[in-house]
Design a protein around this ligand. Structure first.
Ligand code: UD1
Ligand code: UDP
Length: 363
């Protein structure tokens, strides 16, 4: 049994890390194929270093580009490698262009594919990720759904129950495996102005938000208003796409917002777990904040993580500054005492069990 783990972006490295560790622990024959969709040190290498992950056997170095060009370059590069170094199973995670290319390449070569984090739906096809998710789910052989909600979405689309395995989300495994290490290694107070529970953490990078002048302006104005009302520093580790768009639009970052480089996972996790609230449009942050007991204000009109809203850990506010402030008012009162809907931190064990047992999950 040989497994190929295909990844390419920051969240895929983080959410695949528990699966990679599980493969290592069991001494399995596996390799990592990195598409190079993310390539800057702070979006890529830092996670391999901090999480002690083995280097990728292959890196396609595709870099940035339009969706068609980027996906096509990955598709042909992945196909070449899968034909040369033939695995029994390919694993992909999430909803990026890397996932679309990896799933398509493997499926056409009749190599079995396991989709980790299957069955998420925002029902919003404006998001490039929604197209990627739907296609990946429909052509994968093993659908690792994090929750029963995701399983139901897949069943409603006509996917056979035998292909679906509810495992929990590997982000819980990643948080449990790394939080203590983060606490021991990172002292948040070394960053000027950070006092536990007395600052907010913000991120934004969704293309439909940050590439849109009006929506990005609304987010920044929302941050300004939140700082004015609550007087709490907003730490904003900005994604390179967002930095680029702030500069192209010629926006100023409001006072009270500490815009910094993207952070490594250990520092980010520690800053997130000690934040009073999270403001974000990230998928992974909605889950992580919920797991950590930190309230989340989501800068979107919909979410493929409805479980977080259902347990009252998250509220959707879009990009309008009035609604952003109102969301913060509501969420700041919460005590963080909700249940974690994403599992017990053993998703990676279940996923590797299922792959090794060729589709039979044996608890
Ligand atoms: C991608 C995923 C998105 C995911 C996000 C995680 C798709 C369609 N989008 O979005 O689902 O949530 O990753 O962060 O797959 N850039 C750099 N350095 C890097 C990577 C990107 O400077 O290492 C800059 C480039 O200007 C690039 C832009 O960021 O054009 C966007 O990168 P890209 O990978 O196309 O999309 P993301 O917004 O990162
Ligand atoms: N993250 C990080 N450093 C940062 C911002 C985010 O390590 O500066 C981590 C975060 O903890 C989470 C993941 O990156 O696990 C989320 O990735 P992102 O928001 O880029 O993508 P999404 O989850 O929206 O696909």
């Amino acid at each position: 049994m040989k497994i190929a783990i295909i990844l390419g972006t920051r969240p895929e490295i983080i959410k695949m890390s528990p699966i990679i560790r599980e493969c290592e622990r069991r001494g399995l024959d596996y390799y990592i194929l990195h598409t190079g969709q993310h390539y800057s040190f702070e979006m890529d290498r830092v996670f391999f270093d901090e999480l002690n992950l083995p280097s990728a056997r292959y890196n396609l170095d595709v870099g940035s580009g339009t969706h068609g060009r980027q996906t096509a370059t990955m598709l042909s590069g992945i196909e070449d490698i899968l034909m040369r170094d033939v695995p029994d199973v390919v694993l992909v995670q999430g909803d990026t262009n890397t996932v679309l290319a990896g799933t398509l390449a493997a499926s056409k070569l009749h190599i079995k594919v396991g989709h980790v984090e299957a069955g998420l739906r925002s029902f919003d096809r404006v998001m490039p990720e929604e197209t990627n998710r739907v296609i990946a789910d429909h052509i994968s052989d093993y659908l690792f759904a994090p929750t029963e909600t995701s399983r139901q979405y897949l069943l409603e689309e006509g996917i056979q129950d035998e292909r679906i395995f509810v495992t929990g989300n590997t982000i819980v495994d990643a948080v449990y495996q790394n939080l203590e290490i983060a606490k021991a290694k990172v002292d948040i107070t070394e960053r000027p102005g950070l006092v536990e529970g007395e600052y907010l953490l913000a991120t934004a990078h969704r293309v439909e938000n940050v590439d849109d002048r009006g929506r990005l302006a609304g987010i920044l104005d929302g941050f300004r208003c939140v700082y004015e009302e609550f007087g709490m520093l907003i730490v904003f580790p900005a994604h390179p796409r967002t930095v680029k768009m702030i500069s192209i639009f010629g926006f100023d970052v409001p006072s009270g917002v500490l815009m910094i480089e993207p952070l490594g996972y250990l520092e980010f996790l520690q800053i997130e777990s000690s934040a009073r609230l999270v403001l974000t449009d990230s998928g992974g942050l909605q889950e992580e904040a919920c797991i950590l007991g930190v309230g989340c204000v989501t800068l979107r009109d919909n979410t493929e993580r409805p479980e977080t809203v259902k347990v009252h850990a998250n509220i959707l506010v879009g990009c309008d500054s009035v609604r952003i402030v109102d969301g913060v008012r509501k969420m700041i009162k919460k005590d963080g005492d909700w249940e974690n809907p994403y599992g017990d931190g053993k998703a990676s064990e279940r996923i590797v069990d299922t792959v090794v047992n060729q589709g039979q999950y044996i608890p």
